[in-house]
Design a protein around this ligand. Structure first.
Ligand code: SAM
Ligand code: SF4
Length: 337
């Protein structure tokens, strides 16, 4: 493989992390993410597994070192293991440092071993509550026991599990310490995510669900000593260690602007749109150059470079304004969170 000049944006940030949504479909309907009656994209709109391979491999050639596969629910896409296995070849050559997945856990009982075999070592599993009835309510279609079996299977296969929990006011507030204790008992890291004003607010006004992570932190500090960790992921996460237990706890506050200067990532949707920033509508269509030149990745790479040259400096979410300005019209299931 010839050496390519790495992707550096106009603010001198190297793009080394690509998040890829491989489907907009999901077997859950989490209330903050999807409407109950979703209309999904026609199949022809989606990148095929071969197209996903071409675009990810191009990014890797251009310096991406970490790939996170997400969705929708990535593990409901048909033959998705073919794609994971294909990406595994880049781990073997050393071109890629890490291949990870964000999942709701429902299919992990089936796929954990295959993911490990493909080279995946870490999975993020989204789980907002340990109560089966509440779980059914927040996911609408999910079953907690199925996800628990998925988590068991992931750990048994040797995958390191991190739990992602969306902080929801009046919903999982009373479970804060139960979640922390449960993760500790199972040796899993735990990250809280602030709910984002994605999609149409409709009658499920996300301002009503908003539970500030500043408050989560304060509540944790009632029981634990929080030691700030300096490590940064290049994304909107900050970490602390609980001195008493040694646990690592993350806080993802996508609305804050304080991470943009170190942002190292871009997001590819399942239709081949490249979003340069989570909070901006700027995007580039990579599907057109992919489909127009089936045997030649040069136009695709040129389109990627042109897109990165236009990566915005930062984004603009702000809950303090009552209308949730900066609100995005696209759903997380489309851009992959
Ligand atoms: N289906 C997979 C899952 O749930 O982990 C992957 C895709 S999901 C869109 C990725 C992450 O986005 C999940 O952790 C989910 O909780 C989070 N998410 C979805 N909608 C959100 C919102 N409005 N605000 C904050 N996080 C959200
Ligand atoms: Fe599906 Fe994940 Fe969205 Fe829940 S958060 S509806 S599991 S894509």
């Amino acid at each position: 493989m010839t050496e390519a000049t790495p992707l550096i944006d106009p603010f001198k940030r190297a793009v080394t992390y690509l998040r890829v949504s491989v489907t907009d479909r999901c077997d859950f309907r989490c209330v903050y993410c999807m409407a109950e009656n979703m209309t999904f994209l026609p199949k022809r709109e989606l990148l095929t597994l071969e197209e996903l391979d071409r675009v990810c491999s191009s990014f890797i050639r251009l310096g991406v070192r970490k790939l996170r596969i997400t969705g929708g629910e990535p593990l409901v896409r048909r033959d998705i293991m073919t794609f994971f296995n294909a990406m595994g070849r880049h781990l073997e050559t050393g071109a890629l440092d890490e291949l990870t997945v964000t999942s709701n856990g429902s299919q992990l009982e089936k796929f954990a071993g295959d993911l490990y075999a493909a080279g995946v070592r870490r999975v993020n599993i989204s789980l907002d509550t340990l109560d089966a009835e509440k779980f059914a309510r927040v996911t609408r279609w999910g079953r907690l026991d199925q996800v628990m079996r998925g988590i068991d299977a992931a750990q048994a296969a040797g995958l390191r599990v991190k739990i992602n929990t969306v902080a929801l006011k009046g919903f999982n507030e009373p479970e804060l310490f139960d979640l922390v204790d449960w993760c500790r008992a199972r040796d899993m890291d735990l990250t809280f995510i602030e709910v984002m004003p994605m999609g149409d607010l409709g009658n499920e006004n996300r301002l009503d669900q908003y539970w500030s992570l500043t408050d989560v932190r304060t509540r944790l500090a009632d029981r634990f000593t929080l030691l700030d960790l300096t490590e940064r992921s290049g994304g909107p996460a900050r970490y602390v260690r609980l001195e008493e237990t040694g646990q690592k706890i993350g806080f993802i506050t996508p609305m804050s602007h304080n991470f943009c200067e170190s942002c190292n990532r871009v997001r590819l949707t399942c239709t081949g749109e490249l979003f340069m920033c989570l909070g901006q509508e700027d995007r580039a269509d990579l599907r057109a150059p992919l489909r127009a030149h089936p045997g030649d990745d040069a136009p695709l790479e040129a389109a990627i470079r042109a897109a990165i040259a236009g990566k915005p400096k930062g984004h603009d979410f702000d809950y303090s304004r009552q209308r949730a300005d900066g609100q995005m019209t696209r759903h997380m299931s489309h851009t992959g969170g």
